[in-house]
Design a protein around this ligand. Structure first.
Ligand code: PLP
Length: 365
């Protein structure tokens, strides 16, 4: 335990120690089987209990109503980028995409590959390097669109939709980097999808939450089986071998989340972390320069900022590392520093970083 670092990686990212310790305790003898969970059939009752618990905890924590299916798939957010248009948009149905960052743009491009002119951009802030989100007045929603796709948290740029985009369309949303960061009403969403490796667990599991009317819209008889959402829904995500170990860790993370008070408690922690970190950036605004230009759009999951020089940036990263903090180097296209403060990063972790940042600004400012 003493050699654990403070982990600010953007993804895969840190996990709650309790969830990892539980895995450690159960690794060699899972549920009295004399095997690890990796070594038993995905049809075994001991695995099935984990699978069902992961699904049930997802529903409970997020308050997902019964007219939604919860799926545990593979292929990351990327496979969902493709599966969504493949299932929903090939036969003339239309959709709008809001492009607010690297991943939002990728989702749009993948949809265009599949559905061509049936998908269009409802807004983009690319001309401003995605350093802010579009305002309500900038959204041009096609009245014929069946849904509006957006990315709730822009992992690379550090913006986040605190109020979801104003439209009367159902949302389809990539929540890979902020799922379960707070409670919210899922009813307006047709599809929510998220790779697990930022806020939920290890890479290799993708959580997909789909409303029944969206599942009904899937027209995919001619697609290979794995690409059809309906098959996964009918088979309760056991159509083929699911990523059992990843789902097991997801279960541990969700059980831990519940034990600390669920998404309300998690939100309170995330807000505290944001106050500390942005408080420090604002206090030293002459030294640390935020990448995001609108305060209202600031992400509580990824915080991007620059120091006065490349040299100081490199010193910041290496001195932070000497102080037990890793994962602070900015995304390659943006540079600077990115601090990822997903659910598993504690308020104390952020306090340690902010103390370091204060010192660093004093010494070098
Ligand atoms: C990390 C990330 C992705 C990429 O996810 P994969 O699981 O690697 O496909 C997509 N969207 C967002 C918002 C992300 O943060």
């Amino acid at each position: 335990m003493t050699n654990r670092v403070i982990n600010f990686y953007a993804g895969p990212a840190g996990l709650p120690v309790d969830a990892l310790k539980r895995a450690q305790d159960e690794l060699l003898d899972f549920a009295g089987t004399g095997m690890s969970v990796m070594e038993i059939s995905h049809r075994a009752k001991e695995y099935d209990a984990v699978h069902e618990e992961a699904l049930a905890l997802t529903r409970e924590l997020m308050g997902i109503p019964s007219n939604f299916k919860v799926l545990l798939l593979q292929g990351g957010a990327h496979l969902s980028f493709g599966m969504i248009p493949l299932n929903l948009l090939r036969k003339g149905r239309k959709a709008d995409y809001i492009t607010t960052g690297n991943w939002a743009e990728k989702a749009f491009k993948e949809a265009k590959l599949v559905a061509g002119d049936n998908v269009r951009e409802a807004a983009s802030t690319k001309a401003e390097k995605f350093a802010r989100l579009p305002k309500a007045s900038e959204l041009q929603i096609n009245p014929e669109a069946a849904f509006v796709h957006f990315t709730s948290n822009n992992t690379v740029e550090g913006t986040q939709w605190h109020d979801f985009p104003k439209t009367d369309k159902p949302y389809v949303c990539d929540m890979s980097s902020d799922i379960m960061w707070r409670p919210f009403d899922v009813n307006q969403f047709g599809i929510i999808y998220a790779g697990a490796q930022k806020n939920l667990g290890p890479s290799g599991v993708t959580l997909v939450i789909m409303r029944d009317d969206f599942l009904e819209m899937c027209e995919a008889q001619d697609l290979p089986s794995y690409l059809r959402f309906k098959i996964h829904a009918e088979k309760n995500s056991l159509y083929n071998t699911p990523p059992t170990f990843g789902i097991y860790i997801l279960r541990n993370v969700l059980a831990y989340n519940k034990s600390i008070g669920g998404l309300k408690a998690i939100e309170a922690n995330n807000r505290k972390k944001g106050e500390l970190l942005y408080g420090c950036l604002d206090k030293h605004a002459g030294f640390y320069k935020s990448f995001v230009t609108e305060k209202a759009d600031r992400s509580l999951m990824n915080v991007d900022f620059f120091l006065p020089s490349e040299e100081l940036t490199a010193t910041f990263v290496s001195e932070a590392k000497k102080n037990g903090m890793v994962g602070l180097k900015g995304y390659r296209d943006i540079g600077g520093i990115r601090v990822s403060t997903y659910n598993a990063v504690t308020v104390d972790n952020v306090k340690t970083l902010v103390d370091f940042m204060e010192e660093f600004a004093k010494k070098n400012g």
